[in-house]
Design a protein around this ligand. Structure first.
Ligand SMILES: CC(=O)N[C@H]1[C@@H](OP(=O)(O)OP(=O)(O)OC[C@H]2O[C@@H](n3ccc(=O)[nH]c3=O)[C@H](O)[C@@H]2O)O[C@H](CO)[C@@H](O)[C@@H]1O
Ligand SMILES: C=C(OP(=O)(O)O)C(=O)O
Length: 430
């Protein structure tokens, strides 16, 4: 088990470069198995989810290598095997192998996915999509089995009951090689979906309308990658560092940003009184003066992202007055609240509404990162707090934040990751 140690209270400055988007990368890697030729991804973040996906590829005899943000995947010797081992549970996006294997082999057996514990995360819309394409879906001892009919999958009109990133991506993965036309309505519009469509279209797929709520796919026989694909910048990582810059910065430049992907988030920062220079692919955040409290309600893209609700909370604590945060996508995404309270924050949850008040002083203590964005929230709170903050279960942060210790140290932060086991053996040796 890993711990993050932070000595807070220091002003931070300098520059940080945002990595490739986690939520694109974790779809692009499973999608690579649709290609009949080797695939190269550039600007891949160095995060645990990538290593876990590489392990899963290995189970299928798909070789991969990862150096300097470049990931090579060779799916030419792929074997069609059930994916039921423990590492499927290590992340959410392992469920993309359902759509990808179904598209490639007409069948898939994949263990139920893991990922962040942020409340109920059903996959009924994924299943509805596969069934509409002609597949049979069953649940066998905790694994999902999806099988295409003997004549293969066929295109269909699918209307998602609710906007789902995962279901949109899984339907695309299965439908790109189905016979005929698929029309996916009420689709998610996240930039990561456009990234996936661009990548697959460059392999020969025919996907139109990604980024709108109606996606049209003409099935093609086979896909083959011919060019490297560069992953888009991570808008959630960017939002996390922008928050940190507003909370503790003495002038911080955040580079490799597509600011349009952060419109709702940047509008909130402006409403709070954060002063920024938004450049072509970077944002400079000036040291903050007095901040105004705001109310936040998370919504599907282009609304305020649920993944930024927790990271922005420590900044809200600096503003005067009473603030309210409502997560309409994951109302139970509140595992940061008891931890912030232990650090001295005045923050409560009533009927899934987070209510918080201005707090002059956070105090470092031992807290737990129960999931990735709760971890990001505590990391920022720890950097704001006096004294030492110890974040246990810091592996949840490393799941999705590219080289986070290196980046924070580059801004002048006093931060380290230690392994519990290593720490124990050190104590025993002393
Ligand atoms: C790997 C990845 O990209 N993860 C992101 C993805 O998760 P993920 O794709 O799992 O989230 P969804 O967009 O599918 O979920 C949105 C909402 O729809 C509900 N739902 C979803 C599918 C379904 O079949 N049935 C159903 O009821 C969910 O419970 C949730 O309330 O989008 C979330 C919402 O922006 C983000 O927080 C995650 O970071
Ligand atoms: C919830 C998240 O990730 P995942 O869907 O991979 O659990 C996240 O990135 O905030």
């Amino acid at each position: 088990m890993k711990k993050m140690l932070i000595r807070g209270g220091k002003k931070l400055s300098g520059e940080v470069v945002i990595g490739g988007a986690k939520n694109s990368t974790v779809a692009l890697i499973p999608a690579a198995i649709l290609s009949r030729t080797p695939v190269t991804l550039e600007s891949v973040p160095e995060i645990q989810d990538v290593y876990n996906l590489m392990d899963i590829l290995g189970e299928m005899n798909v070789e991969s290598s990862f150096n300097d943000c470049v990931l090579h995947i060779d799916p030419t010797q792929i074997r069609d095997v059930p994916l039921e081992k423990r590492n499927i549970k290590s992340l959410r996006a392992s469920y993309y192998f359902l759509g990808a294997l179904l598209g490639r082999f007409g069948r898939a057996i994949v263990g139920l996915p893991g990922g962040d514990d942020i409340g109920p995360r059903p996959i009924d819309q994924h299943i509805k999509g596969f069934e509409a394409l002609g597949a049979t879906v069953s649940n066998d001892h905790g694994a999902v089995c999806v099988t295409a009919p003997p004549e293969g999958l066929h295109g269909a009109r699918i209307f998602l009951d609710m906007v789902s990133v995962g279901a949109t991506i899984n339907v695309i993965l299965a439908a790109v090689t189905a016979k005929g036309r698929t029309v996916l309505e009420n689709a998610a519009k996240e930039p990561e979906i456009i990234d996936l469509a661009t990548y697959l279209n460059n392999m020969g797929a025919h996907i139109r309308g990604a980024g709108t709520d109606t996606i049209r796919i003409e099935g093609v026989e086979r896909l083959a990658a011919h060019n490297a694909h560069t992953v888009i910048p991570d808008r959630i990582e960017a939002g996390t560092y922008l928050t940190l810059a507003a909370a503790m910065g003495d002038g911080i430049n955040v580079r490799n940003i597509i600011s349009e992907h952060l419109d709702a988030f940047l509008a909130k920062l402006e409403e709070m009184g954060v002063v920024m220079d938004v450049g072509e692919d970077s944002i400079y955040v000036y040291p903050s003066g007095d901040l105004r409290m705001v109310q936040i309600k998370t919504m599907p893209y282009p609304g305020f992202a649920t993944d930024l609700q927790q990271p922005i909370t420590p900044l809200l604590l600096k503003a005067k007055g009473e603030g309210i945060v409502v997560d309409s996508i994951y109302p139970k995404r509140v595992r940061h609240i008891p931890e912030l309270t232990r650090m001295g924050a005045d923050i409560t949850v009533e009927n899934d509404v987070i209510i918080l008040h201005h707090c002059d002083h956070l105090q470092g203590t031992e807290v737990t990162a129960e999931e990735i964005r709760a971890g990001a929230c505590l990391m920022i709170a720890g950097l704001m707090a006096d004294g030492q903050t110890v974040i246990t279960k810091a592996g949840n942060i490393l799941r999705g934040y590219d080289r986070v210790v290196q980046k924070l140290r580059g801004l002048g932060a006093d931060v380290a990751i230690v392994d519990d086991e290593a720490e124990k053996s050190l104590q025993l040796a002393q």
